[in-house]
Ligand binder design. Sequence first.
Ligand SMILES: NC(=O)c1ccc[n+]([C@@H]2O[C@H](COP(=O)([O-])OP(=O)(O)OC[C@H]3O[C@@H](n4cnc5c(N)ncnc54)[C@H](OP(=O)(O)O)[C@@H]3O)[C@@H](O)[C@H]2O)c1
Length: 354
Amino acid sequence: MVENMKRVFINGYGSIGSRLAQFIKDDPEITVVGVGKYSPDDKVQDAISRGFDVYVPEKKIDSFKNYKIKGTIESAVASSDLVVDAAPGGTGYVNKKQLYEPKNVMAIYQGGESVFGDERVSDLLFNSRVNYKEAFGKRHVMQGSCNVTGMGRILQPLREKYGSQIVRFDGILVRRWADLEQTEKTVPDTIEWTPNPHHGDDVKFYMGEKTPLFLQVIKVPTRQMHLHIMNIRFKDIAPKPDEILDLFKNEYGVATLWTAKGTKQIRDAAESMKFSFKDTNMIHIHANMLECIGDTVKMMYSDDQTGIVIPENHILMQAMLFQKPYEEAFAHTESLFHMAEKKRLLEEYFAKKV
Ligand SMILES: NC(=O)c1ccc[n+]([C@@H]2O[C@H](COP(=O)([O-])OP(=O)(O)OC[C@H]3O[C@@H](n4cnc5c(N)ncnc54)[C@H](OP(=O)(O)O)[C@@H]3O)[C@@H](O)[C@H]2O)c1
């Protein structure tokens, strides 16, 4: 057993919680205390059959009498060093006040929470590419949502290289309606627009409020990833496509695909290559859609909604629990997620035809 093992409880076993539990159970530095369930449905048995202890709210324990439940969520939280809150958006704040703070336990919150207003869960919105070290010593941190995390992976390298040469980032986020497993959610035949989306403010929260980012957000009837259409305007003439692609060659969690025609094709490729949960855990720049015209770079990249935040949560966990140097934490996450290999396989699968 590794010295200084830490105990982690995953509160919520939906799209995010179930993935996290599955990946971090193989981490030799962490004991997964178990997972929290709130509804007595098939996912309880699913968690048990994968070897997880299931905990339920004390006041609901009777409704789980047909399942082999380990104990109450309240007791699981109290016996943990850190909780990953994977609750439906907006519930994390209530959990913080009613559970985590009273039991003096560290917590990571997901992107459906907020870092603004009276119900903010943290004063740090985490993006490993931008502010890894700022999580040292923090007890409550919010992981950015899938779109917010994906934008960081594109905007931060651009900003580092081109700085004040960039005048604006204008993005259209095309969001998926539901996740693959959310079969209870129907995908209606409509396109919805989102007034006052949180995504831009969230990105500016970690990249700086002066970041010239302007977003419009729509939701479309698909379960297959998000797509960002990002136009980057430069003061003078924009760099050439090759220079932009070079910038992302060695970026963690960014694959460059030449021949993908759509998001479902990428998901299918992930499935055919036996990636866990059919997730790529990354974003994919669609090189065949990249154009540089005058002062503007026009990019499109897709964002694996469920997968992208899972390795991020794991990196964040290491910052909060162990305060590891970034390279060490990153290498440890890589040993569980094999992102470099997945990137190589995807890039090969969708390579440029010569
Ligand atoms: N799905 C994505 O692609 C995605 C990507 C990035 C970030 N996020 C964020 O991650 C969070 C979780 O999203 P999700 O998609 O995983 O949701 P989800 O699939 O609906 O799962 C939510 C889980 O939370 C459980 N739950 C219910 N009440 C709870 C409570 N009071 N405390 C803790 N857990 C509770 C539910 O349990 P029962 O089923 O037993 O009722 C369910 O297992 C949200 O903040 C979301 O915005 C989601």
